[in-house]
Write a protein that binds this ligand. Structure first.
Ligand code: SF4
Length: 371
């Protein structure tokens, strides 16, 4: 029947459908049935500890479940509760996050754990607004924590849920606008089985992650196939709609691994950004590619290295993609006839070669160190 919809008719249909959505109990029932059979066995499932739910949600924000699992287990083993996390040194927290990327997540977790310890006597606040006030926790994470831990009826709308709902109802409203977010959140709230909010939210996310996937949704065996407008319109690939395609910029990083027999030199990244407080080799950054000759003309290069230093190209243009940047990293090994003794700069920290593992480093540094 849905194949006969014209676009004009569709928008009218959509309004009626949304308005009547709460009269469609089959949705929540079908979803619950699917979830019971299909859900993955994950350590943060079926638990009620808000701290562990919080940690898992923060890890999963920018990380696939497969990669996040080991990190979650290691993190929880070392920091099993709010107190242990709040009392840890930031450097140790970052070391446990090393390789996951988006390190502000770890810094915010640490900061918020301290807030809970100081302002809530170490007890996770059982209140949506108080949870949302914690650093690094937005609407989505607050809804996830409060619904998973205490069954509070806040809809959780992540990329999986956006995609599933956008396709199910062929919603043309872009998901990356304030208006779009409001519509989808309302819709998820209307569909929600309020008596079982936590499980409903988890099932919605899982459905998008396993069934209604970005590129290969399993429509032939989908329990909603008979009601899915995008499928009926043969337009599954057109949903969800996005207004702003993220602008990505190229960034070229040139690292210098100084090999002073027993020592090397690192630098703490203090400026605001995703790698804040992580350590890296001396670096020259550029928005355009630079050849070695151009690098050696740089003032900072000349201030670091004596004229007789020797440079060996080890890694060239290693690509690393972030949400808003494409990074190309090049690493040079630096040796000097006098063991680089003349490198004694305040902006660099001299460390014994075998102690580098004690310093949290970002993904690219980790890649180089594991070569
Ligand atoms: S039929 Fe396909 S596109 Fe529609 S909800 Fe199911 S999996 Fe997603």
């Amino acid at each position: 029947m849905l194949f006969f919809f014209t676009e004009k008719f569709y928008s009218t249909f959509f309004c009626i459908f949304v308005a009547n959505m709460k009269n469609l109990p089959f949705f929540a029932q079908n979803l619950a049935k699917w979830y019971q059979i299909s859900q993955r066995d994950l350590p943060w499932r079926n638990i009620k500890d808000p701290y562990k739910i919080w940690v898992s949600e923060i890890i999963l924000q920018q990380t696939q479940v497969k990669q996040g699992l080991d990190y979650y287990n290691r993190f929880i083993a070392r920091f099993p509760d709010v107190k242990s996390l709040a009392e840890a040194e930031e450097q140790e927290v970052l070391l446990h996050w090393q390789g996951l990327g988006y390190y502000s997540r770890a810094r915010n977790l640490h900061f918020a754990a301290k807030t809970i310890l100081q302002e809530h006597n170490g007890v996770f606040p059982k209140n949506y607004q108080a949870v949302k006030n914690l650093k690094g926790i937005g609407e989505y994470t607050a809804a996830a924590i409060t619904s998973f831990a205490w069954n509070m009826p806040y809809p959780v709308v992540d990329g999986n849920v956006f995609r599933f709902l956008a396709r199910l109802l062929a919603i043309d409203e872009p998901i990356d606008t304030g208006k779009g977010k409001k519509i989808f959140t309302q819709l998820a709230g209307n569909l929600m089985d309020k008596s079982n909010a936590g499980q409903f939210n988890q099932a919605m996310i899982e459905f998008g992650a396993l069934q209604c996937t970005p590129t290969t949704p399993d429509c032939p065996i989908c329990p909603f196939a008979d009601h899915c407008l995008a499928l009926a319109l043969n337009a599954v690939a057109n949903y969800p709609v996005k207004r702003n395609k993220t602008q990505t910029k190229n960034l070229y990083l040139y690292y210098f691994h100084i090999q002073d027999v027993f020592y090397t030199y690192i630098k703490k990244r203090t400026e605001k950004g995703i790698w804040q407080n992580l350590f890296e080799f001396p670096l020259i950054e550029s928005s355009t590619p630079l050849n070695f000759n151009e690098l050696s003309q740089k003032e900072v290069f000349q201030s670091w290295f004596p004229k007789n230093a020797q440079f060996k190209l080890v890694v060239e243009n290693k690509k690393h993609i972030l949400s808003h940047r494409i990074i190309y990293a090049t690493f040079y090994a630096v040796t000097c006839p006098d063991a680089c003794k003349s490198i004694a700069r305040n902006d660099l920290t001299k460390i014994p070669v075998d102690s580098i593992g004690q310093y949290p480093v970002h993904r690219l540094m980790q890649y180089y160190l594991e070569l």
